[in-house]
Every structure is written in C-alpha cells, then in structure tokens.
Ligand binder design. Structure first.
Ligand SMILES: Nc1nc2c(c(=O)[nH]1)N[C@H]1C(S)=C(S)[C@@H](COP(=O)(O)O)O[C@H]1N2
Ligand SMILES: [Mo]
Length: 321
C-alpha cells in the first residue's frame, strides 16, 4: 500500500544531511534551518520491530460503508499521517512529533482494565494483539479545523470491555496515557496536566465504531500516532482519541478529561464533531482536508450521524458540547 517512492535509503538520508549542514552553515540560525530541513525531509514512518500484526479482516465494501466502518474518501498518505501529529507528550509542534517520538519504547507494555468491573485484568500487549483485527477507514477531524482519512487496524473496544464484565454501576469509561517523563520528554513541562486523560459514556465506548487501534496502513502503529495502542472515536474531535493507553477504568460519574481541565469553556466532555457549534475562537463549519486545496464542509458527527445520532436523542448538543 505504501508507495515505494516514499521509502528513503540510508544514502539519501546521508546526502540530504550533508546538504542540510551546508545549508545550515550558510543560512541564519540553526533552529530555522532545522525546521526547514524537517519540512523538506519528513522521516519515513517508524514501525515497532518485532510486533507483527495478524491477518486483518476486511468487511465487504458495501457492508463496511453501511456500518460506517469504511468511507470512500481518498486516503491521506502515510507520510502525512505520520508527520503532522498532535501528541503533546513529545512536542507541541505537529511537524516535530515524529522526531521527538522516534525510538519510543513500547515493549513491554500493559493496559490495566479496572474499576467497576467483575473481572479486573491487566492485558499484556501480546494479549491485545490477539483480538481479531479489523480494518477501519475513518475520517479524523481535529478540533483545530483540519482532517484526514486514516486506514486504522484495530478491534472494537466493546470486545475488551466484555471480557472484564462492567457492573451495573459502571456508566462511564476513563482512559489514561502513559506517564513517564523519561520516555515522553514534554511531560517534564507543565503545558498540560499529565497524564493525558480522556473519557466516554459507557454506551459511546460500547458502540461498534469505537476502536482500540494497534495499527495503521497494514502495519503496527508508529510512535507518533499512539503506539502501541490508542483509542479512535471517529465522530468526536481528535483529542478524544487518546494515545498510548496504559489504563482503562470503569466509573460511575463523568471522568475528568485533559482538554476540558485545560480550557473548560472551549472543550466539553462530549466534543462531538458539530459544524453548528462553533469553538469560542473559531467556526467549526468547514475543515481543511490534509492534501487538498480549499476547505470542505464539516459534517454533523463527522459524517457518522446515521450510526451514532441515536446516542444523543433528546440531548441539547449546544449545552452538551
Ligand atoms: N496522549 C495524547 N493523545 C492524543 C493527543 C495528545 O496530545 N496526547 N492529541 C490528540 C489530538 S488533538 C489529535 S487531533 C489526535 C491526533 O492523532 P494523530 O496524530 O494520530 O493523527 O490525537 C489525540 N490524542
Ligand atoms: Mo486535535
């Protein structure tokens, strides 16, 4: 699936670096030329060695489209998906994340599933990779006003939750990213409240569109996209899709969420994609699809209304933004 031309040889990297050093010597500050170098030489996607994905199930296209498991929009190239990232634990600059996350160690890795469940359990990464994998081609709409189309590999979250048997008291699901400033250098700064946390209502978490992604473009997740396992909730703004998860807790009340803590007036708990509810500082009516010129209309629930609108029947989507 990956275009051969995107693969960079060691020699090319070496030559480019020489050219860069020459340019850096000629041009102004090191930081400006470093940024220019990065823009001209996006690194190829790094995959975790040794982690092999099993055969991935692909539903017949018509069926997948009907369920919302696949969209027919053009796929965003791998190079763009892996070099334009939001992952504040590594870098606040979208083009810097791939560099800062390079070499991020994701083995051993475990996800603890606990709280209001009958069978709390720690899942080792190998156990997670054993869930039957499916391809899901989803739109990803960032609250900042850009979007992509990403071919994820993963499994529905409900399959994991069923294994731990949520009790009748469980009404929400809380998620937590790894906290390790040694491996996630930006956690030494106070730009966000660490660890990054997110949450869903239990029925949202159990919806078949909600997945735990362990891969993308037929291979394991690159570090910058949330390796080794991240959440993907395609009808919500991208920040709900929390990366590099280590803990999932079933709880009774609405759990705190990172961007809501940071700016409660700007980022609500639900954060469903909604062109009719502007962000306090910008409109959400349109978006820039990465790789396209101009802007396109943003769709209610990011185009997944048919699959998810019933979850919000009778709810005021302005109040519950
Ligand atoms: N732990 C963590 N998860 C995160 C983020 C983050 O900074 N930290 N950024 C979010 C935002 S704002 C978006 S748009 C998506 C981006 O995912 P991608 O880089 O794989 O496209 O990840 C989300 N998950
Ligand atoms: Mo985002």
């Amino acid at each position: 699936m990956v275009d051969k031309s995107e693969k960079v040889t060691d020699k090319q990297v070496y030559l480019n670096r020489r050219l860069f050093m020459k340019a850096a010597a000629l041009a102004g500050t090191a930081t400006a030329s470093t940024l220019l170098y990065r823009r001209l030489n996006p690194p190829p996607a790094e995959r975790v060695e040794g982690d092999k994905l099993q055969q991935v199930a692909k539903a017949p296209q018509a069926e997948a489209i009907k369920e919302g498991f696949a969209v027919t929009d053009k796929l965003t190239p791998l190079e763009a998906i892996t070099n334009y990232n939001n992952f504040y634990e590594f870098d606040t600059s979208k083009s810097g994340v791939a560099y800062a996350a390079k070499g991020f160690i994701t083995r051993p890795w475990a996800v603890s599933v606990e709280g209001l469940v009958n069978k709390p359990r720690v899942f080792d990464l190998d156990e997670l990779l054993k869930f039957p994998l499916e391809e899901r081609i989803y739109r990803l709409r960032c609250v900042e006003g850009w979007s992509m189309v990403i071919p994820w590999i993963g499994f529905p979250l409900y399959k994991l939750l069923e294994k731990v048997e949520p009790t009748s008291a469980a009404r929400y699901v809380a998620f937590q990213t790894l906290l390790d400033p040694e491996r996630m250098p930006n956690q030494r700064t106070g730009i966000l409240d660490w660890p990054y946390v997110e949450g869903l209502r239990l029925d949202e978490a159990m919806h078949p569109l909600t997945i735990m992604a362990t891969g993308m473009y037929d291979e394991t997740l690159p570090p910058q996209d949330g390796a080794p396992v991240r959440l993907v909730v395609p009808w919500k703004y991208g920040f709900k899709s929390i990366k590099s998860i280590v803990k999932i807790t079933l709880v009774a009340g609405e759990p705190p969420t990172t961007w809501n803590i940071q700016a409660p007036d700007e980022y609500g708990f639900y954060s469903n994609v909604n062109p009719n509810v502007p962000h306090p500082r910008w409109s959400q009516a349109t978006e820039r699809r990465i790789g396209e010129y101009g802007r396109r209309d943003t769709l209610l629930f990011n185009g997944y209304a048919e699959q998810v609108a019933h979850l919000y029947q009778g709810m005021d989507l302005v109040k519950n933004f």
